[in-house]
Design a protein around this ligand. Structure first.
Ligand code: DX5
Ligand code: ZN
Length: 232
């Protein structure tokens, strides 16, 4: 099956929150495809971030790029409703954060969003067997969720290969996203293991262009040139 085009999805967790609208504009102008929006509830993960009001504010600011909402929260159904209203494009949740995974996936699609499931580094993939027809996106955490700036966990590569095979065997157009510790020196290997959507927070927002601090195209171009070298 033909692979989908690579998407680079900067995680705004590492952006300057005091000028978030401008940061998102800059990263999209610099060539990013999607905006990764990390929602933490100080319950499912030990950190607290941003909610639907901020997503809505980005839309009102004029952001037209797809917004990839990653819920690290439990429960999820009310937030799925709220983020759909706030302009989310993708809504992804952890299966262990919803009592009724199938229902939450259906709800996401009924509200007009693309549905996604995300798996922690030590989480089994078994639920996927029953819902491949209800997901538009599968995301693998390559760090433990809760914080930016952690190191990529190498066993994710094996897991990516497993999920890539499941997607190819299913015949559905499902995106395979990886989240955590993605850098210019490992993105090629991550693509070769099967990913086609790459979240990067600290690597992108920590790399403003020296002569043009408002732009991130040097690092995004470096990602693209590494991706182009991949043997898939
Ligand atoms: C972690 C978040 C990630 C995080 C990635 O819980 O889900 O999206 O921002 O940050 P980096 O790219 O710095 O590992
Ligand atoms: Zn994330």
């Amino acid at each position: 099956m033909a692979r989908l085009t690579d998407f680079i999805s900067p995680s705004i967790l590492s952006a300057d929150f005091a000028s978030l609208g401008q940061e998102v504009d800059n990263v999209i102008k610099s060539g990013a495809d999607v905006v990764h929006f990390d929602v933490m509830d100080n319950h499912y993960v030990p950190n607290l971030t941003i909610g639907p009001l901020v997503c809505d504010a980005l839309r009102k600011h004029g952001v037209t790029a797809e917004i990839d909402v990653h819920l690290m929260c439990t429960p999820v159904d009310q937030l799925i409703n709220d983020f759909a209203k706030a302009g989310a494009s993708y809504i992804t949740f952890h299966p262990d954060a919803s009592t009724h995974v199938d229902r939450s996936l259906q709800l996401t699609r009924e509200l007009g969003c693309k549905s996604g499931l995300v798996f922690n580094p030590a989480a089994p993939l078994d639920v996927l067997e029953y819902v491949m027809d209800k997901v538009d996106l599968i995301m693998l955490m390559s760090v433990n969720p809760g914080f930016g700036g952690q190191s990529f966990i190498p066993s994710t590569l094996t897991k990516l290969k497993q999920v890539r095979k499941m997607i190819d065997d299913s015949g559905f157009d499902i995106r395979l996203e990886v989240d955590g510790g993605v850098k210019a020196n490992n993105i090629k290997e991550i693509k070769e293991a099967g990913a086609d959507m790459f979240v990067a927070g600290s690597a992108i927002f920590g790399a403003k262009n020296d002569n043009d601090p408002e732009h991130y195209n040097t690092i995004i171009n470096e990602f693209r040139s590494e991706l182009a070298k991949a043997s898939v």
